[in-house]
Write a protein that binds this ligand. Structure first.
Ligand code: CA
Length: 223
């Protein structure tokens, strides 16, 4: 993650205009005009925010946004040339942070960029649960923007533990949550799921220990 705003836009005049305004507001920017180059760039160097035009050569903004959301929560502002298009985009639930319609005033864009960055900074406060993002609909957990690739059971465990930071849950409580149908499972099942969960977390971020075992009691989530 760095401080660069990535402008994805195929109209050079617009790129120049935006980057000038962003620079005046204290933001560095880079630009990409071909849609095919966006995801590889984001994967190698995560920008602070992406201004993503909808109509691009190579690949459209909707596909790019979906793709990025599969591995990152980086703030995205979608830019559309048609106001009617924005309703359709909202309906697609792409996970973009904001939508702007062309023609826009660069001042307005800078204001939106600031607002989205401010919001995202509060959400991703370093000492809060921050870096961990849980998508309850897809059973997907990302840490520092990287998919932990959890099984459904592991996701449920992480989601349950993290819903009450610092609270200790015994194995039987966790089992009740994971297996509400009262299936008979051994205590060790929870231990082995927790073990795998921790392995996946440390695989993404070796210095992050989110699941702590409390001797004789169970487990707790703490950052
Ligand atoms: Ca365009």
């Amino acid at each position: 993650m760095n401080d660069t705003i990535l402008i994805v836009e195929d109209e050079p005049k617009l790129v120049r205009l935006l980057s000038n305004y962003l620079r005046q507001a204290g933001y560095d920017s880079e630009s990409i005009e071909n849609g095919l180059n966006v995801v590889p760039r984001v994967r190698t160097r995560m920008p602070a925010l992406i201004l993503l035009d909808l109509m691009l050569p190579g690949r459209n903004g909707v596909d790019i946004c979906k793709d990025i959301r599969s591995f990152s929560t980086v703030p995205i502002i979608m830019v559309s040339a048609r106001i009617e298009e924005i309703d359709r985009l909202l309906g697609l639930e792409l996970g973009a942070d904001d939508y702007i319609c062309k023609p826009f005033s660069p001042r307005e864009v800078v204001a939106r960029v600031k607002a989205v960055l401010r919001r995202s900074a509060t959400q991703h406060h370093p000492e809060a649960i921050s870096v961990l993002h849980l998508d309850e609909d897809r059973f997907q957990a990302t840490l520092h923007g990287i998919d932990l690739e959890l099984t459904v059971v592991e996701f449920k465990l992480l989601s349950f533990l993290s819903s009450n930071q610092g609270r200790i849950y015994g194995r039987s409580k966790l089992m009740d949550h994971i297996y509400p149908d009262q299936r008979i499972v051994s205590d060790r099942t929870i231990d082995s799921h927790i073990k795998n969960l921790r392995k996946k977390i440390s695989g993404v971020s070796p210095e992050t220990e989110l699941i702590h075992s409390v001797y004789g009691a169970g487990y707790k989530y703490d950052t």
